[in-house]
Structure formats: C-alpha cells, structure tokens
Ligand binder design. Structure first.
Ligand SMILES: Nc1ncnc2c1ncn2[C@@H]1O[C@H](COP(=O)(O)OP(=O)(O)OP(=O)(O)O)[C@@H](O)[C@H]1O
Ligand SMILES: [Mg+2]
Length: 381
C-alpha cells in the first residue's frame, strides 16, 4: 500500500476541499435496457491519486470507466471534471485517456511510432512531437527499444509502451482497465511498482480497474469496492481491510471467518456479543449505533487470532481442535474446529524452529484461540 496523507479514523475521512477533487461522480446510474449496470454511484477522485476500482466480474467497473471517458453517457447523474459537467462532451474533447485491457499496440509500428501515434492530432511541431516521444521513452525506460516492434519486446515492456502512449498526450486523468492482466504473476508484481513510480513522477491522476485485491491494495491510495453496480465502500487500503463496513467487503478483501451473533450489552467502550457458534460471549469495541438486542455479524481475520496450547489470559478465548493445516514454511494456515462444529481460519507465523518445523500445533491437537476486543469486526447486518 502507498503512503498517503493522513486520514481520519474509519469512515470519517474528511470530505476533500473542492480544489483537491479532480472528478466528482454524482449519483451516476447506467442502464442497458432493463438491466442496471451501474447504480447510484457517488465518488470523488482526488487530484494526483491512484484510485483503485475493485470488484468481481460484471460489477460495472468498465462501464463506470467508459462513462468517465465519454464512450457512454450516464442514464442518470452527473460527472464533473475540474468542476465542469462532462455531459455531451465527446471522448476526444475530454482531458482523459483510457487504456484498454488489450493495449492495442500497432504490430507493424516501432515502439517509438506507437508512442507518437497518440500525438497525431495534437497541434505541435515535428520537433515538439519528437521531444515528447523521447521524454516518454525515458519515463518508461524504453529508449534502447525505440526501434523495435511490439513482438520484439516482452509483455511488461509492451505494457509500458501502452502507458507511454497514453501519457504522451498529458491527460489530466488516465483510466487503466486491468492494466496488468496480460502479465504473469511475477511480472505483474514488478510492473505494479513501475506503474506507481511512473504515476508519482508524472503526477497524473490514475483510476485503475482490477479484480485482484492484492493489486488494488498495493497500487492504490484509495479504493472503491464495487458489487452489482454499487459502491460498497471507499477508503484507504488500511480502512477497507481493517474497518470493512459490510460483510461483502470484509469477505471480498482478505480472509475472514464470520459469526452470527447478538449484542448482549454495552459497557462504556466495550460491547458484549453473544456468539452461539463459538459457545461464548465475546468482548468487542463499542461502535455507534449498536445497542443491546441488535443482531450482528462478527468477522475475524485469521492473523488477528492467536493460537496456543495452553489457555491464554485473554479477554476472548475459545477451545478447538486442529482440523486442517497448511504449512508454508514461514507461516501456517489452520482450520480449527470449535466444539459447536464451526470452523475458524487462523494464520500463524512459524517464528520458532521446533521439531521438524516451526508450527504450533499438529492435526487433531487441542488448541486455544484468542483475540483482542479490537480485533473483532462488528457488522450491523
Ligand atoms: N453495452 C451493453 N449492453 C448491455 N449490457 C452491458 C453492456 N455493457 C456492459 N453490460 C453489462 O453490464 C454489467 C457490467 O459490465 P462491465 O463490463 O462494466 O463489468 P466489469 O466490472 O468491467 O467486469 P469484468 O471484470 O468482467 O471486466 C455486465 O453484466 C455486462 O454484461
Ligand atoms: Mg471490465
């Protein structure tokens, strides 16, 4: 995740001053016939940030980008860029560039000509054009490959050519639809950092669509999580991961075990929640709007749960048996079966070298699970 300017606690990030907002999306809906692809989306995209759009296939990510770029008009709502309503402004007249999933490089053109292609309709002299292409080649570190054709360079290099072509026209906003999808896992990871680097050097605002949560977390200053055409949550990667506001977001980003429960009582800063699936009443942190009697879902991240052989002196502890374990060398992932039959995911770092390996427990072992009140994510749904 990228270092960002300080934000308030979960859900309280201050509304940015209008000057910080490059794009304002106001209650935008897109219908295709009777089907609603994007439903009542409101978002602010800030100047100079990498904004991640994350969600499963068909949730409306590309449709939202196409409306920003002007390839589709919203059925309802408004899109403002620098305060100007984009309604009726054609794609070529918007200071926005959209980089499609398949970068569509011209196979018969050299890297240099591919990058320069985007400048064809710009009003500039031949010398200015050459300078801009040089500058872009340097930016993406492809000057030595300027004379090659796309098939003579690697997948990652092709991705950088597409990026250079997109940036050559100096857009205010660059929309990238699954920019790394064509790359294998290792190259993707390296290219993520390059992308961040190039964004930082140009200062251009990026909106990056991905369905890969790790990629969104790594790249983005802020993320919007989408489901079925709706934005479920907007926040920094930390806010989204540590303070999800819905079961969908908690389950979509990272792993979690979910428990159905009911608030038993509120004592100042702490909350007692009856979780029948654990056979216990747990302690959690009080949150606004939660009162005794309320039905809640509690989500626990695997790495927030400690596993031990002996009963720990923790606020929340429950006993179980190791049902499954995956040993990955530096860490292990356990599935613990509680007395109620509920399975709980637990992640443990194998810090010590004990026995054949460093794991805390083996199949069928009796163990204790414990977690802090702060670790329980309490969802009022
Ligand atoms: N022109 C169209 N006519 C009718 N339905 C459409 C049209 N374009 C998109 N849709 C539908 O709208 C929904 C959202 O599509 P969209 O392409 O925005 O999804 P996505 O989030 O980009 O998915 P993916 O991750 O698979 O690319 C899908 O159900 C899709 O079938
Ligand atoms: Mg798409």
């Amino acid at each position: 995740m990228r270092a960002t300017a300080a934000e308030g606690p979960a859900g309280t990030a201050a509304t940015p001053a209008p000057a910080d907002v490059l794009v304002r999306i106001e209650d935008v809906t897109k219908r295709f016939g009777s089907f609603t692809a994007v439903s009542g989306v409101s978002l602010d995209i800030r100047r100079g940030e990498i904004f991640g759009l994350l969600g499963g296939s068909g949730c409306g990510k590309t449709t939202l980008l196409r409306m920003l770029a002007g390839f589709e008009e919203p059925s309802a709502g408004r899109i403002l860029l620098d305060g100007q309503d984009m309604a009726g402004v054609p794609p070529y007249a918007r200071p926005i560039h959209m980089m499609f999933q398949s970068y569509a490089l011209f196979p018969h053109m050299t890297v240099e000509r591919n990058i320069g292609y985007g400048l064809k309709h710009e009003r500039m002299t031949e010398a200015q054009r050459r300078d801009r292409v040089r500058e872009m080649l340097d930016l993406v570190q492809l000057a030595p490959f300027a004379g090659r054709k796309p098939h003579q360079i690697s997948g990652g290099q092709r991705q950088r050519v597409a990026l250079a072509r997109a940036l050559a026209r100096q857009p205010k906003l660059l929309l990238l639809d699954e920019p790394l999808a064509a790359l294998d896992k290792k190259l993707r990871e390296a290219t993520q950092f390059e992308l961040m680097n190039i964004q930082a050097r140009t200062g251009v605002t990026f909106v990056v669509v991905t369905h890969d949560q790790d990629e969104a977390m790594t790249l983005s200053d802020r993320i919007a999580v989408m489901d079925k055409g709706r934005v479920m949550q907007v926040g920094s990667p930390t806010e989204i991961y540590e303070y999800p506001t819905s079961r969908f977001t908690a389950g979509f980003i990272g792993m979690a075990t979910f428990f159905e429960g009911r608030v038993q009582g509120v004592d100042g800063p702490s909350l007692r929640i009856d979780l029948p699936e654990t056979g216990t009443v747990i302690e959690a942190r009080a949150a606004a709007g939660l009162a005794a009697g309320q039905a809640v879902t509690v989500a626990l991240r695997p790495e927030k749960i400690a596993i031990s052989r002996d009963r720990p002196a923790a606020a929340n502890a429950v006993e179980g048996t190791v049902q499954d374990l995956g040993y990955f060398g530096k860490d292990s992932l356990y599935r613990i079966r509680l007395a109620t039959g509920k399975l709980v995911l637990v992640h443990a770092v194998n810090a010590r070298r004990t026995g054949a390996d460093g794991r805390v427990a083996d199949w069928e072992d009796r163990v204790w699970l414990s977690f802090d009140p702060e670790a329980a994510i309490v969802l009022a749904e």
